[in-house]
Design a protein around this ligand. Structure first.
Ligand code: AMP
Ligand code: MG
Length: 416
């Protein structure tokens, strides 16, 4: 049976999909294992940073009022009455004309409100006294309590990726353990009777499965663990059993191949047998128009095209944001840029086109150009590309110099 599928716009497909993403589950991670995870709780400042007024430099803690009238000819003198190393404190109140030798990071003694840097002090030979040649402002060379972070402040929002800077904050506030979103485990199935594994010999009519390993790498790139269910030939019953088993053993299943409406395209029938709710099975885009997304027993099932470029694009545009959302991320979409087309792109298309592309800075501005042979079954251009140009559908192509949208799925998202 060949059903007529009505293509829906990309944004509508993403909208339907994101509305069906299961809520992230939560677990606890030790700080040492938290890198790369997604926060499931806010990081709240459990104290002021710095926690006390502290010396910003090595030098002498003084009372700024004692330097009020100091200048080159009228120096203010101080007696050194003690010393505070980092990690130490001193309770005795500083008196007029007194100073305390202080190390960077050490708390100011009571009464002190400025630090004379070592190089600002004219020291006497015995080191027990020194003079200054200028007036010091109150809190000069001092890091004030709470100037960096205030107690009670939310410093990182839930849904943020824990990068090294976030790790530093977690450590600062004593988060030995932190609540993080569970990572969904994704089952990957490559289907097609023509496919052989990477370590098997080729035979006439056969090709190696490149989509299975590629999808697992795309998952790894976004920190999502996967489990391979290998290669399945075009056998509707066995495909159904394998998809059902994978769905029961993982949190989400991605298949490639068999998603169109050809004689050996079994995915529509499988969705029906599973009682899955099909969210979409045709999208107004090139490549990847025959991408299917469905929900079976509350789990997402993606049927990506077998064509390598279409499979790649279908993953980045649909599976990636859904899985990142499932993994708790509040920024699930790839990094985005604008760039000038470095060459004409004459091919017109009524649908949105995602072109595997090379994005770079030419010394003046960001530019982008197609990565080469541009068909949905291309695999060579995939390896050369570092970006996807997103060209809106229309009746005309795009001229060199046009500013276009660029998606950067491989760009590290450093922002919290
Ligand atoms: P299909 O989506 O099953 O109609 O496949 C479309 C095209 O992609 C055919 O030329 C297949 O041989 C090819 N293809 C399907 N699966 C894979 C795969 N896992 N790796 C590489 N090429 C594939
Ligand atoms: Mg096939």
């Amino acid at each position: 049976m060949v059903d007529i599928r009505r293509p829906i716009p990309v944004s509508e497909a993403i909208g339907r999909l994101m509305a069906h993403v299961p809520a992230p589950r939560v677990e606890t991670a030790a700080l040492a294992d938290s890198f790369g995870r997604v926060l499931a709780e806010p990081v709240v400042a459990r104290g002021d940073v710095p926690p006390f007024h502290r010396a910003a430099y090595d030098g002498y803690a003084i009372r700024s009022e004692d330097t009020e009238s100091a200048d080159e000819r009228n120096r203010a003198s101080f007696r050194v009455v003690g010393r505070i190393a980092a990690g130490e404190t001193r309770d005795r109140e500083l008196g007029p004309g007194e100073a305390v030798r202080i190390m960077t990071g050490a708390p100011l003694p009571p009464g002190a409100d400025a630090v004379v840097m070592l190089e600002q002090a004219v020291r006497d030979a015995d080191g027990r006294s020194f003079a200054v040649r200028k007036a010091f402002r109150a809190w000069e060379n001092v890091s004030l309590r709470g100037e960096d972070v205030r107690e009670g402040e939310t410093v990182v929002e839930p849904g943020s990726v824990i990068h090294p800077g976030v790790v530093a904050l977690l450590a600062t506030f004593g988060y030995a353990h932190v609540r993080v979103a569970k990572r969904p485990v994704v089952g990957v199935i490559a289907t097609g009777s023509e496919l052989v594994g990477v370590d098997e010999p080729l035979a006439p009519g056969k090709i190696r499965d490149s989509n299975g390993p590629m999808i697992m790498a795309q998952l790894a790139r976004i920190g999502i663990p996967s489990r391979s269910y290998g290669i399945m030939r075009d056998d509707p019953d066995r495909c159904f059993e394998l998809v059902r088993r994978a769905l029961s053993e993982t949190d989400c299943v991605i298949t490639t191949g068999g998603a169109s409406v050809g004689d050996f395209d079994w995915l529509p029938a499988i969705c029906e047998r599973l009682g899955a709710k099909v969210l979409f099975n045709k999208v107004a885009m090139r490549p990847g128009s025959v991408t299917t997304a469905a929900v079976a027993d509350g789990k997402l099932l993606f049927g990506l095209s077998g064509n390598p470029s279409a499979c790649y694009v279908g993953f980045e545009i649909f599976a990636r944001p859904a899985l990142l959302r499932m993994a708790g991320s509040r920024k699930p979409y790839p990094a985005y840029a604008r760039a000038e087309l470095a060459e004409d792109y004459p091919k017109a298309n009524p649908f949105t086109r995602f072109v595997r592309a090379v994005y770079r800075h030419d010394g003046h501005r960001p530019v982008v150009a197609p990565a080469g042979f541009d068909k949905s079954n291309a695999v060579g251009s995939l390896a050369r590309s570092n970006a996807l140009m997103a060209l809106p559908g229309g009746t005309r192509g795009f001229g060199k110099g046009t500013e276009v949208d660029v998606l950067l799925p491989g760009a590290e998202d450093g922002e919290a």
